[in-house]
Design a protein around this ligand. Structure first.
Ligand code: WT7
Length: 636
């Protein structure tokens, strides 16, 4: 039996037991047998959740790109590493071999060096889903620079605040992006952002859409001419195990997005390990994850996990609806995809379209189907199982988070019997537990409670960039000595977990994690708005949609409410991005508040969901009378 590759349920239980009883030995063996190190660690794990402090493989030295690229060259140099499928189906797909990836990563690494980027410097990457995006991440890792990828759907203000928070000195972007029928002018978004970022002195621009853009003298440079001059050899920077690899921002329930810091060795070991087991990937197969690399799913399971296993990882530039709703299925047939990983929101959207889009394609190459990002409802699960997997492909409902770095709870296909809507069992090394309302662990099953993790795992985020206190407060304060996930969960009699959703003020819309605070801050910027509160309510396709309660400064204003609604969504688009637009806006005279001035979102959530009969305890409200008027507005 190998710790690294689990092949049946009995092995899973054996491996799991070992990972809990002897975590140091377990992860030490995995790390030693499957990766390339320049120096061994002194200790596998050192930790103290009360600080919190977590160190994996401390003392070891490595470079993650050697593990993801160089070590495959001898055996897989000519195998496709990145299979790029462009937005336009008539444009040829690109097969980038491990050899070519090696050269291109090294060239870009040399360009970054020549532009003054050094180990530890932060590099912001704002690119569409093109090969240069993956190559940029790896080029940073090659020279020990810390990448901070910002999803290219975020607005210039959202981009600027992320650049400034981690003081990136350089931005890599493109002249634009293709998205279905549309093109998006990314460069002007960057221009606007960078005008408020004193830390940035350079912008490198990839040519993708051939648009006419303005290049600012002394700051902006086209990337290609620099690459053409760069050497294809770049010695990897030798990194310490706990050196930061990247920063990735995620929404919190309050304040500025949190720059989660992931470090090198533990992240590498865990993403590689989970990729192998969760997808049961075998040599020469084609794996496709439809996420954007701007999210953690893309970092861990398009780039690092697959490449660390020498896999062929497909990158898709476009959208599922272009040129029509058969695009995903067409790509699966065209490239004979074996493992397919997507989000419930995509499944729900595609299941609403005619089945003929699916039926005209041969999906027989598929072996494993995955989902991630939000709870998958029973209907979507069955549609996926029946029509895409033809009941032959296990569905792995993978639960995890930006903060966890890798998959935490998931079936292991062909080993764990699946159960619709259940993420099932924790991965080896993951000690999940449920906490009751009194803050005590629930030891019996079935049960429902708040989901925590009791023990460190290798790919956990180590801190929030520049704010360790916030890291402690957010994740390690609700329950002493436990990592609190922010999610609620059920556990059935055999120990399977079902994630029920966020228990904090984070709302998941179409699989995107949105904090209420930045959206409310944006709305409050509107000159007519006094105050606002956002809650989520169930939506057929998006999972949740956003419902906004808005108090205007002047009541009885003569301005048309419909115009105001448009303007409010416009402001949200500018400050956060189009993904955060509100579906419904209700103007109200007040918001239910506690005596300490906190908005009682629980009540607003119920009203948005039209569950007025059971509003729960309202006795602590300062202004209980407001509720009737809000209900009237909701129904009226
Ligand atoms: C939140 C984390 C992990 C990559 C994508 C999201 C929700 C994630 C599931 C799932 C139910 C899920 C949780 C979690 N979530 N996967 N399989 N079932 N909920 O990363 O943006 O950091 O969001 O997504 O609520 O806390 P993220």
């Amino acid at each position: 039996m190998s710790n690294y590759h689990i092949k049946n349920l009995e092995e899973y239980y054996q491996v799991y037991r070992k990972s809990v009883q002897e975590p140091g030995d377990f992860w030490g063996e995995v790390a030693e047998e499957h990766f390339l190190w320049h120096k061994q660690w002194d200790q596998v794990l050192e930790y103290d959740f009360s600080l919190p402090m977590v160190k994996w493989f401390d003392g070891a030295q490595l470079n993650i790109t050697e593990n993801c690229i160089d070590r495959h060259l001898l055996t897989k140099g000519d195998q496709t590493a990145i299979l790029f499928e462009p937005n336009d189906p008539t444009e040829a797909a690109q097969h980038i071999t491990y050899q070519e990836l090696h050269e291109r990563v090294n060239q870009l690494a040399n360009v970054l060096k020549s532009q003054g980027v050094q180990k530890g410097d932060r590099v912001c990457i704002y690119l569409p889903m093109i090969p240069e995006l993956t190559i940029s991440l790896l080029a940073c890792a090659r020279i020990g620079a810390v990448h901070s990828v910002v999803f290219a759907g975020f607005s210039s203000m959202a981009l600027a605040s992320r650049i400034n928070d981690s003081t990136c000195k350089i931005v890599i972007t493109s002249d634009g992006s293709f998205r279905g029928k549309k093109t998006i002018d990314l460069k002007s978004i960057v221009d606007e952002a960078v005008s408020t970022c004193p830390c940035v002195d350079q912008v490198l621009v990839v040519k993708r859409i051939n648009s006419d853009i303005v290049m600012q003298e002394g700051r902006d440079q086209w990337l290609q001419p620099l690459l053409d001059k760069a050497s294809k050899v770049c010695a990897p920077e030798i990194m310490e195990a706990e050196d930061p690899l990247f920063i990735l921002y995620t929404s919190g329930s309050t304040g500025m997005p949190k720059g989660m810091v992931h470090t090198t060795a533990g992240y590498m070991v865990y993403t590689a390990y989970t990729f192998k087991n969760v997808f049961q990937y075998k040599a020469n197969e084609v794996y496709w994850c439809t996420a954007d690399i701007g999210w953690i799913t893309g970092h861990s399971y398009i780039v690092y996990g697959p490449l660390a296993n020498g896999a062929t990882t497909l990158m898709f530039e476009g959208v599922p609806s272009y040129p029509d709703y058969s695009r995903f299925w067409e790509i699966i047939e065209k490239h004979k995809v074996n493992q397919f990983y997507t989000a419930p929101t995509a499944i729900r959207a595609l299941s609403k379209e005619s089945l003929s889009y699916v039926e005209k394609h041969d999906l027989s190459s598929l072996k494993v189907l995955g989902t991630v990002g939000e709870p998958i409802n029973e209907d979507a699960w069955h549609w996926y199982n029946d029509n895409i997997g033809k009941k032959k492909c296990p569905i792995i409902d993978t639960w995890w988070q930006t903060e966890t770095g890798g998959v935490m709870i998931s079936p292991i296909p062909f080993s764990t019997p699946t159960k619709p809507t259940y993420a099932t069992l924790p991965m080896p090394g993951i000690q999940a537990c449920l906490m009751d309302a009194e803050g005590l662990p629930i030891t019996t099953s079935p049960a429902e409670g708040n989901l925590c993790i009791e023990f460190p795992w290798p790919s956990m985020a180590r801190t929030i960039w520049g704010n360790h206190q916030r890291y402690k407060d957010t994740y390690f304060s609700a329950y002493p000595d436990k990592y609190f996930t922010g999610d609620g969960a059920l556990r059935d009699e055999v120990g399977y977990y079902r994630i029920t959703g966020r228990v904090d003020d984070v709302i998941i819309v179409s699989g995107h994690n949105l904090g209420t605070a930045p959206i409310e801050d944006a709305i409050n910027e509107h000159p007519a708005v006094a105050e606002s509160a956002i809650v989520g309510f169930p939506h057929d396709i998006k999972g949740n949609a956003l419902y906004g309660y808005v108090i205007l400064k002047e009541t009885g204003t003569t301005r048309l409410h419909d115009n105001l609604r448009k303007e409010i969504n416009q402001i949200i688009t500018e400050h956060v991005g189009p993904i955060a637009k509100l579906d419904t806006i209700q103007f109200t005279e007040g918001l239910p508040k506690t005596r300490s001035g906190k908005i009682m979102r629980r009540i607003l959530r119920k009203i948005a969901c039209k569950e007025m009969s059971n509003l729960g305890d309202t006795s602590t409200l300062l202004n209980p009378e407001i509720i009737d008027s809000i209900i009237e507005g909701r129904l009226g």
